[in-house]
Design a protein around this ligand. Sequence first.
Ligand code: GLN
Length: 254
Amino acid sequence: DVVVGVLAVQGDVREHIATIESLGGRAITVRRPAELAAVDGLIIPGGESTTIDKLTRTFGLAAPLRELIAGGLPVYGSCAGMIMLSDGIADPATDRSGNPQQTFGGLDMVVRRNAFGRQRESFETDLDFAELAATGSAAAGDPVRAVFIRAPWVEKVGEGVEVLAQVPAAGTPQAGPRNGFGDSAAGDGSGDGSGDGPGDGPGGATGGAGADLEPVARIVAVRSGNLLATSFHPEVTGERRVHELFIRMIRGEA
Ligand code: GLN
């Protein structure tokens, strides 16, 4: 059967391994370039994208990973993992020398980090995720209970990127007084709190400040070819259908 690697330099590695194993799959940790050869697919966990970036470059994993992704390796990224799979970041952190954080890329889209803002550093909501019906599991048609932890949203997608789930406008704290979130909704330039070096830099204009803006839905799950990404963390709620979908992608069944 398939071997699913979990990139294990930082983040919630164990939760992803447990989810894969609970589905009867084989999961192994990946910390060194040589270990990439053994995997049929790879999960990039949630955590801190600046740290994952820094460590994978230090360990010589970033370059081979970029090549494997471009070559069609199935990869699923949750949260920080979604950021690592994005071709662009709207508000990249910079290191002390002013260099912006890097990603592996592969998904033709732009994400915004920590996008749901201070009041919503962490929140849960139910999402429609139609693609999961294809997994054929008993719960296939049910909504996904999604947990967001300082999560990114997807701000722009290219043509080849399929939108799988969105937080509806009503649940999106983006538009000022109507939702009571004022101008602190996004892009406030706060540090990422991880104490690991690069901060978020000064906040940019994000559209979070406009009291006259209408709330809009925010994209939080996407697929493009062999790449799958979610802003949220199915691995922490016992939700297994996203991983089930990913395994099916690896097998070429979805
Ligand atoms: N805010 C983190 C980042 O920018 C992601 C948080 C997460 O993975 N839960 O990398």
